[in-house]
Write a new protein. Structure first.
Ligand SMILES: [Cu+2]
Length: 150
């Protein structure tokens, strides 16, 4: 029995040395790798943000025969920046303009003679607005209508 004990004593230190060498060999291998100068991370920004307010143009015209009327009394637009473009036909023989009022909006375009175009724009929330000709007497004569914004 004493033989086997001394044999074990010779083997155990050898195992310890081998284990230590193995650890040292593994530990020395790693060198700093060049990771990460990639700065461009682009998340999908458009998928979560609210869409920008649509800018919409709405066209109308004054009566071509000089009547104090627009060609429509009802317009509609999407909420956002809305521009009304009013053409004054060259045959109207009279000045007109386009204006917009309602829901805190009160804006007038320039007065234009026959052949001209008057525009007015505003940031409009959903609701009902009035478009009209601000030339004195024209609204009362019928140059007005309703703009519905959705
Ligand atoms: Cu007018």
């Amino acid at each position: 029995m004493s033989l086997s004990t001394s044999a074990l004593r010779r083997v155990l230190p050898a195992v310890g040395v081998v284990a230590a060498l193995g650890v040292a060999a593994c530990g020395s291998s790693g060198s700093g790798s060049g990771s990460g100068s990639g700065a461009s991370t682009s998340p999908a920004a458009n998928s979560t943000s609210t869409p920008p307010a649509a800018a919409s143009k709405v066209s109308l015209s004054a009566a071509a025969d000089g009547s104090l009327l627009f060609n429509t009394t009802s317009l509609s637009a999407k909420a956002g920046t809305v521009t009304l473009v009013m053409a004054n036909p060259s045959g109207s023989g009279i000045e007109h303009a386009i204006a917009l009022s309602g829901n805190g909006v009160d804006a007038s375009g320039q007065v234009v003679g026959p052949g001209g175009t008057s525009t007015v724009s505003g940031k409009l929330k959903p609701g009902t607005y009035t478009f009209l000709c601000p030339v004195p007497g024209h609204e009362a004569a019928g140059m007005k209508g309703t703009l519905t914004v959705r």
